[in-house]
Ligand binder design. Structure first.
Ligand SMILES: [Cu+2]
Length: 591
């Protein structure tokens, strides 16, 4: 389908808001952040929306911390009232004219979910990307009710990076984050200062990208009421309006110089593929990526030719050069990624034609830059950025424990699909039940599933300071951004696979599948690791028909943590599992 939908809101009319900065060093590392209900205007022409926000704002304040200077935050849960989001599962996926219901505002005939309406503000905060002791990591079951304080200590013994803090409640993270519970957290260090990168306003600008939808009143006008809408065919919410720092399709006036943008995809489910467009042409050459999830890359990278792909929770540290542009020039940031995202390519040159409601992308707009007069300066970008890590060599990985995880979608009768991560172990010769076979160059390994749901027994006990290789096998048709809490990892490989799952091959725990390392003739993906992914990551996209391998090493803290898909609707049901890190000398005593 390529019908275009008229946008019910004018794009590029609101100035880009910049969240309030909370600089930890100016408050001796003691920051109090209340978690409050509030009101927020997402667009000039929208009424105010009821939201939940850190400090009552959308997004929350941007916390800025220094490496090595601990930060203590009493997260004060002052939420009163119930979830300010109307949640609905619409009985039909498309309206009478064939337009997917998720592409339009309003409830589309869905009824408000009464269980969601009753949610009364239990919360827990996770600092995504933080090297945080387990008691303060925001485990999804350790909830704080309104009125209960949660004083969390963040050592900040970690390299400079853009982190973010958000709600992480078991089963309903998708609603808490959607209601507004997300904010940025920047760690700074001396290496970044040596490189003299822009720091703070006006030339360092955070961009927190999300998607939102709103209700309609009886006369068809947008009310501002946030709605989380799903349908029988798509269990994730893919709202039509892209919101940057809390405004729908904002604009930013820029001088003809180089800006540093700290970009986060904070959407529940949507992946963006960002293209900078000017005068009918992509201008990706203006963008240099210097950092990823956990900070600086080793050297600057071009974004991929199709555009910068960011799945939920992925970050990019970008330098964009606006020099050489006449005052009045307009550059538009467009999104070309279909939803659900499966990695399918889309040429950047066609970005202005990317709108396609059938692909849940009714409006490709993200935001617009307008060049204003000013002194022209062009920044030279150092060729060497990070010097504190390199890709793990074969020596470091020889003998490393290997863990295998299958990403599996289970269809259920009369209720939404379950997405699970099946932790697999090598099946003994005496195992006669269902197996996953993985064949690589004629060698076949048989695996059996030992865990599928969050509450199944823990099977991962990584030892501190030891490398491990985690192998993620995608047996679904969508890309899943898999996030590991605690230390960052490096992506080792992506390889194409073919697989077959027999009828009823996916049971509650057991799974039967045959996987072969070979390319499916219909597979359009290149399964490469992009240059901008060759850094320290905490979220890796695992595409369809693919096995991704990551080198994981936990260094500092022992305890119970989580890894999960960062599509919040998947994480909530049930694509999340615990792991427990342990010092080596304790392992002999583990039963
Ligand atoms: Cu997922």
């Amino acid at each position: 389908m390529t019908t275009t939908l008229a946008a019910p809101l004018a794009p590029f009319v609101d100035p880009l808001p910049v969240p309030r900065r909370l600089v930890a060093a100016m408050q001796n590392g003691q920051l109090t952040v209340p978690i409050r209900a509030g009101r927020h205007r997402f667009h000039r022409d929208l009424p105010e929306s009821a939201i939940w926000g850190y400090d009552g704002t959308v997004p929350g304040p941007t916390i800025e911390a220094e490496r090595g200077q601990p930060v203590t935050v009493p997260w004060r849960n002052e939420l009163d009232g119930t979830l300010p989001v109307v949640v609905t599962a619409v009985p039909k996926a498309a309206d009478a004219s064939g337009v997917p219901v998720q592409c339009v505002p309003g409830l589309s005939g869905g009824t408000p979910d009464q269980n969601a309406a009753a949610l009364a503000g239990h919360t827990v905060v996770h600092l995504h990307g933080g090297l945080t002791p387990a008691p303060y990591d925001g485990a999804a079951e350790n909830l704080f009710a309104p009125g209960q304080p949660a004083v969390f200590h963040y050592p900040m013994d970690q390299r400079a990076a853009l982190l973010w803090y958000h709600d992480h409640v078991m089963g309903v993270t998708k609603f808490g984050v959607y209601a507004g519970l997300a904010g940025l957290w920047i760690v700074r260090d001396h290496r970044e200062r040596e490189l003299a990168l822009p720091e703070g306003p006006p030339f360092e600008v955070p961009l927190l990208i999300q998607d939102r939808n709103f209700d309609l009143d009886d006369s068809g006008r947008l009310t501002g009421q946030l709605i989380h809408k799903t349908d029988p065919e798509v269990m994730e919410a893919f709202p039509p309006f892209t919101v940057v720092n809390g405004k729908v399709w904002p604009r930013l006036d820029v001088q003809p110089v180089t800006y540093r943008f700290r970009v986060l995809n904070g959407s529940n489910a949507r992946t963006y593929r960002l293209v900078l467009f000017h005068n009918g042409e992509p201008e990706l050459h203006r963008i240099t990526q210097i950092g990823t999830d956990h900070g600086l890359l080793r050297s600057p990278a071009r974004v991929p030719p199709d555009g910068l792909v960011l799945a939920s929770a992925e970050r990019a540290d970008l330098l964009i050069d606006f020099s050489g542009l006449e005052p009045g020039s307009e550059l538009t940031l467009l999104n070309t990624a279909a939803a659900p995202f499966d990695g399918a390519p889309f040429p950047a040159a066609n970005a202005h034609n990317a709108a396609d409601p059938g692909l849940m992308l009714p409006y490709p707009h993200v935001m617009r830059f307008r060049v204003v007069p000013g002194p022209v300066t062009r920044r030279t970008i150092p060729g060497e950025l990070a010097t504190d890590y390199r890709p793990p060599g074969p020596g470091a990985l020889a003998g490393a424990p290997r863990r295998t995880i299958a990403l599996v979608e289970r269809e259920l009768e009369g209720e939404p699909n379950m997405l699970t991560m099946r932790e697999l172990v090598i099946a003994g010769d005496d195992h006669t039940g269902p197996v996953v076979t993985v064949t690589d160059d004629g060698q076949t390994t048989r695996y059996r599933a030992v865990a599928a749901h969050f509450e199944d027994a823990t099977t991962f006990f990584p030892v501190l300071d030891r490398h491990e290789v985690w192998q993620l096998i995608n047996l679904t048709t969508d890309t899943h951004p898999i996030h590991v809490h605690l230390d960052p990892f490096q992506i080792l490989s992506r390889r194409p696979i073919r697989y077959q799952i027999p009828g009823r091959g996916i049971e509650d725990l057991a799974i039967t599948a045959t996987v072969t390392f070979e390319r499916d003739p219909d597979d359009q993906l290149d399964h490469t690791i992009d240059d901008n992914e060759r850094g320290l990551k905490d979220t890796v996209r695992v595409n369809p028909n693919e096995i991704a391998e990551i080198a994981v090493r936990f260094t500092t803290y022992s305890g119970r943590y989580m890894y999960h898909c960062h599509i919040l609707e998947h994480e909530d049901r049930d694509m999340m599992r615990p792991f427990v890190t342990m010092p080596a000398e304790l392992m002999p005593f583990m039963a």
